[in-house]
Design a protein around this ligand. Structure first.
Ligand SMILES: Cc1ncc(COP(=O)(O)O)c(C=O)c1O
Length: 381
């Protein structure tokens, strides 16, 4: 047997083998609520493009204009010559949007976490990480030379106890909106604890940016003014419909990342077209809140319908709504049932999550019929 065949066979037997499903292009439409796979069109409840911006004319035109001006690729690291005026403008815009002193664009959310966390958490530091944090945060923690302590999910009492047991520099690392569960971290309490322990809060706002706090994210949602105890991370790849990520914080933090963040120093800059699309997205959501309102109206409609049908939606508070199916087999069978009826919402299995589920993500681009169709198909199951 070749080197990895045995491993793959083991995954297959446990129903854990993953396969890529590539999207086709829906000719004449970039509607985020639809997806074309293997020539079949589905209503999609699988995208993190919560505002349906990825296909919007504003983002596409901004990207095209930047391609014409700067070409297709970044060419080199920003520290060499890969950056453009558009990157700079995007950073100003993010700093304003996140009410922070400065911001730095990084190449993806994954890259931001594995770049920033090791850069800010050195061997004299203890990181306190929520047990449900995203893999990129876990990997960022692993890459750092700090001591790592895991606290029970969103459990402030447990966190407090653990922090009391440690001396020295402390950093709490959490997602604002948990990507697979859709619940919101107790950010106000976390911020208070940071103040009491003279600790830093590293907030991964990947799923809060563009969704919570009129789009500005979790801090605004909780009415918290950013201060020197908070470092915000966010992505352009989800509600902002583009690609890449950012860190927003004090100027000294950003300057430190520019000088020590390995994923920034040793990686080619994002193409200007990608930065231009992100910039267009921020302008758009700052100007017009209707998309965010539509997102939350759609979320309420779907969530209420699921409650009436008796589904276990776990702790969802956001457009991410998991359906707890009880087993890997049930998740796969529900995903298949949905797919047979023209709905795309894949099963999420270990190791991504402990509890197998269908992860529904509703967007502003869904219409009432899309949501009612999903509910009626779920009712048959
Ligand atoms: C909480 C969280 N952080 C970081 C990331 C990584 O972001 P990106 O997809 O831009 O690499 C994700 C995306 O899956 C995420 O859910």
């Amino acid at each position: 047997m070749r080197l990895f065949d045995k491993n793959l066979e083991e995954l297959r037997q446990k129903n854990l083998l993953r396969k890529i499903k590539d999207r086709g292009s829906l000719s004449g439409s970039r509607d985020a609520s639809k997806i074309l796979i293997g020539g079949v069109e589905y209503i999609s409840f699988a995208s993190n493009d919560y505002l349906g911006l990825a296909g919007s004319t504003e983002l596409v035109e901004a990207a095209k204009k930047a391609i014409d001006a700067y070409g297709a690729g970044g060419g080199s690291s920003r520290l060499l010559a890969g950056g453009t005026e558009i990157h700079k403008e995007l950073e100003h815009s993010i700093a304003e949007f996140k009410s922070s002193e400065a911001a730095l664009v990084l190449n993806s959310g994954y890259s931001a976490n594995i770049t920033a966390i090791p850069a800010i958490a050195d061997e004299n530091c203890t990181i306190f990480s929520d047990e449900l944090n995203h893999a990129s945060i876990i990997d960022g923690c692993r890459l750092s030379s700090a001591k790592k302590v895991i606290y029970r999910h969103a459990d402030i009492e447990h966190l407090n106890e653990l922090m009391d047991q440690h001396e020295g520099k402390k950093i709490i690392v959490t997602e604002s909106v948990f990507s697979m569960d859709g619940d919101i971290a107790p950010v106000a309490a976390l911020h208070r604890i940071c103040k009491n322990h003279d600790a830093l809060l590293y907030l991964d706002d990947a799923h809060g940016t563009g969704v919570l706090g009129e789009g500005c994210g979790a801090l605004k949602h909780f009415g918290i003014e950013p201060d020197s105890s908070i470092i915000q991370m966010g992505t352009f790849s989800k509600a902002l419909g583009s690609f890449g990520a950012f860190i927003a914080g004090e100027k000294a933090v950003i300057d430190w990342l520019i000088n020590s963040g390995r994923g920034f120093i040793f990686s080619t800059a994002l193409p200007a077209s990608v930065a231009a699309a992100s910039l267009a997205a921020i302008k758009l959501i700052r100007m017009d809140k209707r998309l965010i309102e539509k997102l939350w109206t759609n979320r309420a409609r779907l969530f209420d319908g699921l409650q009436k049908l008796g589904f276990d939606t776990m702790k969802s508070e956001t457009p991410i709504i998991p359906l707890n199916t009880g087993s890997i087999e049930n998740s796969l069978s529900l995903a298949q049932h949905l797919s047979d009826k023209g709905i795309y919402a894949p099963a999420i299995r270990p190791p991504t999550v402990h509890t197998p589920r269908i992860r529904l993500s509703v967007s502003a681009s869904h219409n009432d019929e899309d949501i009612e169709r999903l509910l009626s198909i779920l009712k048959e199951w």
